[in-house]
Design a binder for this molecule. Sequence first.
Ligand code: PMP
Length: 409
Amino acid sequence: PHDNHDTDKQRNPMTNWTLAARAHKMNPSVIREILKVTEKPGIISFAGGLPSPKTFPVDAMLEATQRVLTQDGRSALQYAASEGYGPLRDWVAHDLKKQGMDVHADQVLITTGSQQGLDLVAKILIDAGSRILVETPTYLGALQAFTPMEPDVVSVDSDDSGVLADDLRAKAGQGAARARFIYLLPNFQNPTGRTMTEARRAAVAAAALATGVPVIEDNPYGDLWFDTAPPPSLSSRNPEGSVYLGSFSKILAPGLRLGYLVAPPALYPKLLQAKQAADLHTPSFNQRLVAEVLKDGFIERHVPTIRALYKQQCEAMLAALDREMAGLDFQFNRPAGGMFLWARLPEGVDAVGLLPKAVDRGVAFVPGAAFYADHGDPRTLRLSFVTASVDQINTGVAALAQAIREYRT
Ligand code: PMP
């Protein structure tokens, strides 16, 4: 499928590019492709993965921009250290105490979104053919970051509380074939919205330690709980064997492209070298801006407003699903935080097949099969409850139920 096209060559000799093997492994994000179809005007979309723009602290940003540029403008616009801006690294180290983590600011690397953290981890830990373990299903963007390094991606069986510790043990591998890491999303997972219980965290951390498989813990949604904070992070149980990834995308704004990772001293220098090669450093202006916004406890005032909004939206979607899907054998979970819920269609209804019918009726979602490293369940789908209004949620869920009924007849 990757052959050069002779006709193109005749037209333009500069089409003789020979792609690297890793480039052949890259794929367009299935979700971005789907979003193109669903971005028609008037479509109620439960498909996107975007936070609600209502939650972006525009006024606080505006004031902080003014202060950063007046007080510190020339430094803010200069090249800066690859590790990140000191006060921001300090803030992160301090903030992680609430997750039971005892982190020194020296272990914090500011990244250009946590997506870059995934890319750096992939670069320093994966050789072609290395085994890596992922949840079933898992975050599609992580698979996109990992696959160019040509790993052997192995899915670990999972249930409503996350990966199964016994299956982790079974798939860990040994010696040179031992998995380079397991990638885990313990809180309000993308795509399922599920959270690992405290007991499951203990069992999974013990299995990882016993088998010698390091943990890459990705936690962009952990602060978005509705009623109670999730249990302490997995990394808190084995800091030497973990890399923790965090993000400002869901608690401030994704357009800032600000994330961070926390790595043990044994790994940090290599991640830093990979970071230098990737982009020298994360934009210093954005880092100073956010450090300015965060001082004086802004997050403690701001994040509760996001939680309240998302909780209300989630409840609206659950109530609409209870009402509209009655009698339809449509299963769905009840997330305790985050942005997504996960559902399974009635027998005989395929999510990819349903999508065009749903779009015709004015509603969109993401078919779940995209989120599996292998053997996707064609009946699953992901619904975001954060960007549509409550009215739109009611209309959209009713339209989805109609599309399912239509598909079945
Ligand atoms: N990890 C997960 C699980 C995500 O859902 C996302 C964003 N959708 C990211 C990482 C990347 O986030 P960012 O780069 O904006 O920090």
